[in-house]
Ligand binder design. Structure first.
Ligand code: ZN
Length: 167
C-alpha cells in the first residue's frame, strides 16, 4: 500500500467512525439522552462508545465524550488514553476538552461545532467565552481562594508517598 492510499483509508475509517458517532447522537435523542455521541478508537479499532446521559442519569458530567472515555479506560484497563483518537459528533465543551487532556488522548475529531450546538440551545459557546475573555471576577459562579495554613498538606503527603502512580 502506498502512503497515499494508506492516508486515504485512514480518512475513510475516520469518516465511518464519525458516521457512527452521529448515528449514536441521533439515536440518543429518541432514547431520552442529549443529541451527542462519541467514541474512542485505537489502532484502527473502536474501543468504546458513549452518548450523552445527563438527564437520564442525573449526571451533569455524563457528556458523550466523558462517557466514551470512561468506557474506553475500563475496556483498556488504564487511566491513560495515549494512542487513542476521540471521535465526537460535536466540538467538545471545555469540560470534555480538559478531560481528554487529562486522559492524554492523542487527537480529537469532531463534526458539528460550538455554533451549531448554540443553535440547539447548548451552552458550550457561553462557557468558551467565559474561559476566553472574562476574568473570573465576572463569572456567574464566584471562584475564590480560602487560604489556610495547611493548604499544601495533601501535596506534601503525595510527594512523600514513594509508591505513588503519577498521572
Ligand atoms: Zn462536554
Amino acid at each position: 500500500m502506498t502512503a497515499h492510499t494508506q492516508e486515504a483509508s485512514v480518512h475513510e475509517l475516520e469518516r465511518a467512525w464519525m458516521d457512527e458517532a452521529i448515528r449514536r447522537a441521533t439515536n440518543s435523542v429518541a432514547n431520552g439522552g442529549g443529541p451527542f455521541g462519541a467514541l474512542v478508537a485505537k489502532g484502527g479499532e473502536i474501543v468504546a462508545l458513549g452518548n450523552n446521559q445527563v438527564t437520564a442519569t442525573l449526571d451533569p458530567t455524563a457528556h458523550a465524550e466523558v462517557s466514551a472515555m470512561r468506557a474506553a479506560c475500563k475496556q483498556l484497563d488504564t487511566f491513560s488514553l495515549e494512542g487513542c483518537v476521540l471521535v465526537t459528533s460535536c466540538e467538545p465543551c471545555p469540560m470534555c476538552l480538559s478531560s481528554a487532556l487529562w486522559a492524554r488522548v492523542d487527537r480529537i475529531v469532531y463534526a458539528a461545532d460550538r455554533h451549531d450546538a448554540a443553535v440547539a440551545g447548548f451552552d458550550d459557546r457561553k462557557f468558551y467565552d467565559l474561559f476566553d475573555k472574562k476574568p473570573a471576577s465576572l463569572w456567574p459562579m464566584p471562584v475564590e481562594q480560602l487560604d489556610l495554613p495547611n493548604r499544601t498538606a495533601p501535596f506534601d503527603a503525595w510527594l512523600a508517598k514513594s509508591d505513588r502512580i503519577d498521572y
